[in-house]
Design a protein around this ligand. Structure first.
Ligand SMILES: [Fe+2]
Length: 286
């Protein structure tokens, strides 16, 4: 894992935000590129799909996806008619092309557990889904068979297709879902990654330190009671990963946060933690 330089500002990163994103590849071509990507022994590749959507690939070739939000359901339901809150980030992979072996859902909100995505997922009946209650229920109503979905709880560990998935604490952001979770993953090669999911601030988030994740991604969009960039940096200071990746800042026009402000926050609150923003359509090796 290459640790990026720790600096408070990198003009090369770009500070005009948001910038228009034009997909580099078609949906099918991007999915095919991910499937064909060869991960060096002992490493993990990671791609960002926007929001809290990620694909991670271990060196055996197993694909783990987190919170794929691959429609505009939250704003326009199934109408296809844009609204003022429609996503500004394109969908990179259409659900029909999406192909993962393990899919972890952090909670039931539609930008994480999107019914229209799940209903249309090509791998809806072949992937193994892990989710806390409420999201687990949504998966069932969207056609994920009982045999393919696992109900998860904080401190529960389940190993699926050689990926160890550990349930972590997350603080609910409103009363519509009281079952938020974060997740810690131990991939082949003993590589440990933490995904915060959506969470409000709580000192309890620091408990993830016991699993010693090398890298983590964390929500930085404070507007909906998620962690702000500043609070996210405070949580990174508790957990002490080598690298922290900003999440949930880029997809919906009413829910944006310039990611480089998280870089600055890390520099002030957790100076030994390196900041890394994942560019779209690019594989990062950890
Ligand atoms: Fe969210």
């Amino acid at each position: 894992m290459e640790i990026p330089p720790i600096i408070d500002f990198d003009p090369a990163e770009g500070y005009v935000f948001p910038e228009k994103v034009v997909p580099r590849l078609s949906s099918r071509a991007f999915m095919a590129e991910i499937r064909a990507f060869v991960v060096p022994p002992g490493q993990v590749a990671m791609w960002h799909l926007g929001n809290n959507g990620w694909i991670l690939k271990d060196f055996r070739g197993v694909l783990t996806a987190i919170d794929p939000y691959l429609t505009d359901f939250c704003a326009s339901k199934r109408t296809g008619v844009p609204t003022v809150k429609s996503r500004i980030l394109p969908v990179f992979i259409e659900p029909e092309d999406f192909d993962a072996d393990v899919i972890v859902i952090t909670h039931s909100h539609c930008d994480h557990c999107d019914p229209w995505t799940v209903e249309r997922l090509a791998c809806r009946t072949t992937a193994v889904f892990l989710a806390p209650w409420q999201a687990y229920e949504v998966l069932g109503t969207c056609g994920v068979p009982d045999s393919q979905r696992i109900l998860m709880h904080p401190r529960q560990t389940v190993t699926v297709r050689g990926v160890e998935v550990m349930g972590a604490f997350a603080e609910p952001t409103d009363a519509t879902d009281l079952n938020h979770m974060g997740f810690v993953f131990r991939f082949a090669g003993n590589r440990v990654y933490y995904n915060s999911g959506d969470t409000a601030k709580s000192e309890l988030l620091g408990h993830v330190k016991e699993w010693a994740p090398e890298w983590m991604s964390i929500c930085i969009n404070g507007g909906y009671h998620n962690l702000s960039a500043w609070e996210a940096a405070e949580i990174c200071a508790l957990i002490q990963p080598k690298i922290a990746i900003p999440a949930h800042y880029d997809t919906m026009p009413h829910n944006l946060q310039p990611p480089h402000m998280f870089r600055k926050s890390l520099y002030e609150k957790a100076r030994n933690v390196a900041y890394l923003r994942l560019e779209y359509f690019r594989a990062y090796l950890f």
